[in-house]
Design a protein around this ligand. Structure first.
Ligand SMILES: Nc1nc2c(ncn2[C@@H]2O[C@H](COP(=O)(O)OP(=O)(O)OP(=O)(O)O)[C@@H](O)[C@H]2O)c(=O)[nH]1
Ligand SMILES: [Mg+2]
Length: 309
């Protein structure tokens, strides 16, 4: 991310080594320039193309004076430029790489979400459920915290065969890991045959667990209805469980490059997933919805220069 920030200002100007003081200044400047609610809202409003001040005001809901003031600050920091057409000024993002950086922060936050979700499970016995291929095994592997192992395993993922403890999943893949799998995690495979078994006898699947993580593949919109219907069966079977039973819902495969403006915008996700889920949830049933992904954006950082003159 450092190179990205650096490039925003210093593109092709100065070699990395010779600009230490200036880099620090530039780095801080970019961070300061974006660290404000109004300026962030303005940047986001300019995602889809150039806008006038009054267009921006309408989108952000901020007053004229606040918008003008913060636009000035953004253009002083070189994040935003403008062109004049008659009496109108059209503002635009100077270099769209700024959005890569914001995606990177989102990715960091969504990964932290998963980490914090995991923390909330201390001492609880947790079952991952969801349709086949929604990403349950991948999430469990990511809980192990070993990215190399995950990268390898992702090539070798097999459908999970019924209810499996995390260590069984690892041994099914013929993989020994020095990392001790957390004893609390289990997965219930999502293939039709297992979902049918669950329908017949839900209690034997869920008995003994304190929490379910229900995983929805957010990228597969054709299966939203199927996934929500399975979720509804699970919730229906929870009637006899204690008040302390909890559910986390992971809107998974929310990768950094996902189309957050179009198909997977907050509004669409609200309409198609969150709204229907809210309707299913019985009063007083503790549940939290997270975005999650096992992927982060491509990263580049300088290791060494081997060029010899
Ligand atoms: N794009 C993307 N793909 C993912 C992500 N997580 C998992 N996958 C892919 O989704 C596919 C299915 O993943 P699994 O973890 O095996 O799914 P599962 O829910 O365990 O499936 P069953 O065991 O059959 O119920 C694999 O090809 C993974 O690489 C993610 O965050 N983003
Ligand atoms: Mg699995």
């Amino acid at each position: 991310m450092f190179e990205l920030l650096l490039n925003i200002y210093k593109k092709e100007k100065l070699p990395v080594e010779s600009t230490k003081m200036e880099n620090k200044f530039t780095y801080m400047n970019v961070l300061k320039a974006i660290a404000d609610d109004t300026r962030m809202a303005i940047l986001q409003s300019l995602r889809s193309g150039p806008l006038t001040v009054s267009d921006i005001e309408k989108i952000t809901g901020k007053s004229h004076s606040t918008t003008s003031q913060q636009l000035k600050s953004l253009s002083n920091s070189n994040l935003v430029t403008y062109r004049k057409e008659g009496t109108q000024k059209f503002y635009k993002i100077r270099d769209r790489q700024i959005f890569d950086m914001l995606e990177s922060v989102s990715s960091y936050l969504s990964t932290s979400d998963v980490v914090s979700a995991k923390k909330g499970m201390k001492g609880k016995k947790v079952l991952l459920m969801g349709l086949d291929s929604s990403g349950k095994t991948s999430i469990l592997l990511s809980f192990l915290g070993n990215k190399n192992l995950m990268a390898y395993m992702n090539q070798n993922l097999k459908a999970t065969n019924g209810k499996k403890h995390m260590s069984e999943i690892l041994s099914d893949m013929n993989l020994e890991t020095k990392i001790q799998p957390d004893s609390i995690y289990f997965e219930y495979g999502g293939q039709v045959v297992f979902r049918e078994e669950f329908k017949k006898d839900p209690i034997s699947v869920i008995r003994g667990f304190d929490k379910i993580i229900y995983v929805i593949d957010v990228q597969n919109d054709k299966r939203y209805a199927e996934s929500i219907s399975y979720l509804s069966e699970i919730i229906g079977s929870l009637d006899q469980f204690s008040q302390t039973f909890e559910m986390d819902i992971f809107l998974h495969k929310f990768d950094p490059n996902i189309d957050k403006e179009g198909k997977f915008s907050q509004q669409t996700i609200n309409e198609k997933i969150i709204g229907p889920i809210k309707q299913l949830m019985p009063v007083g049933f503790k549940n939290t919805i997270y975005r999650s992904t096992i992927y982060t954006v491509f990263r580049k950082s300088l290791m060494m220069q081997t060029y010899q003159a």
